[in-house]
Design a protein around this ligand. Structure first.
Ligand code: ADP
Length: 319
């Protein structure tokens, strides 16, 4: 069993006019990249603020590294970094100068750490360029560099991909994957756009109106909404044997009715049906099931009159 590093138990945040988070319980595993997904105003930032001690729960509790007592929570938070809302940086200063300022403020003795984090986030060659000349993607990478200074075991990032162009989205996604893979950093990341996180996360928590609607792993998510080739034949067990043995297929699922979902070789449908046929299997139904992130997202957190449907899988509660 994976170690749980963050656990929310009946976490609630009641503001005067509204409940931002409502009885939320969830657990985040060590080494995971956990996506907190929901429309704007659904409570993602408030949950992250409660993790960081920037907002106090009105009910329930949050456990960090197994600690829930206030003093021990502070120590646990020193093993984490938080990037909540747009990262702050001095516009006239360079990336290095900004990080040097942060290094001194955080009391980090190791000067070389700045070179390391600049290298890690791909800003090592920005030289004398002031932050005011940075793209949004570069600013986000600087924010991540800043968060990395203390060598955190967990990074909590609030909408770090918001507003980035497709290239910027890929850069941040690859950077976060690298940090997770090579530095073993557990990442908690929020977004209101499912497609931004769908190629990144190992686990998902869907939230709407402060309520946790669904938690699932990437594997479960993939099975529910990834593009696949859905095959039903007159002899599904034999079909599966043919697919695995003759075509070497390894990425598949078998549905309750025995039909098969293939997640690979989707562009080789003719070869697949021919091979099945030649091996005595008669296909009854062969259909490409398209990935439909938008519909999936709507099914979980949508379906309300107040919902305004924007581009892609983006939703907003704010009119
Ligand atoms: P998200 O990050 O998903 O956009 P937030 O956590 O920022 O959502 O907000 C959840 C709800 O709580 C929103 O309706 C928001 O207006 C409200 N809220 C957030 N912060 C405060 C606050 N400091 N005071 C009062 N209401 C707040």
């Amino acid at each position: 069993m994976s170690e749980i590093v963050i656990e929310a138990k009946n976490l609630t945040k009641q503001y005067i006019k509204q409940k931002a988070v409502d009885n939320a319980s969830f657990a985040i595993k060590k080494g995971s990249i956990c996506g907190l997904i929901g429309p704007n105003g659904s409570g993602k930032t408030t949950i992250m603020k409660m993790m960081g001690g920037l907002a106090l729960p009105t009910e329930g509790s949050i456990e960090l590294f197994g600690e829930s007592e206030e003093k021990k929570l502070a120590r646990a938070r020193s093993r984490m970094s938080f990037m909540i809302e747009t990262p702050y940086a001095k516009e006239v200063m360079t990336a290095r100068e900004n990080l040097e300022k942060q290094r001194l403020q955080k009391g980090i003795p190791d000067k070389k750490r700045i070179d390391e984090v600049l290298e890690t986030v791909g800003l090592a060659d920005t030289g004398k360029k002031p932050v005011k000349a940075f793209s949004l993607g570069m600013r986000q990478r600087l924010g991540i560099a800043n968060a990395l200074l203390t060598r955190p075991e967990i990074m909590v990032l609030d909408e770090p991909i918001n507003g980035l162009d497709p290239e910027g989205i890929i850069e941040i996604r690859e950077l976060l994957k690298k940090l997770n893979r090579e530095e073993h950093i557990t990442i908690v990341i929020s977004s209101h756009i499912l497609s931004e996180l769908s190629l990144l996360c190992t686990d998902y928590i869907f939230i709407r109106n402060g309520l946790i609607k669904r938690t699932l792993t990437a594997d479960e998510f993939k099975k529910e909404c990834a593009e696949c080739y859905h095959i039903h034949t007159d002899n599904d067990p034999l079909a599966l044997a043919v697919l695995t043995e003759k075509l070497g297929i390894t990425s598949y699922d078998v549905d309750k009715d025995g039909s098969i979902k293939l997640y690979e070789r989707l562009d080789e449908q003719r070869i697949i049906s021919k091979t099945l046929f030649e091996n005595g299997v008669i296909p009854v139904r062969l259909a490409v099931q398209e990935a439909n992130l938008e519909q999936y997202y709507m099914n979980i957190v949508g379906g309300d009159d107040n919902v305004e449907h924007n581009k892609g899988t983006e939703l907003s509660d704010k009119a």
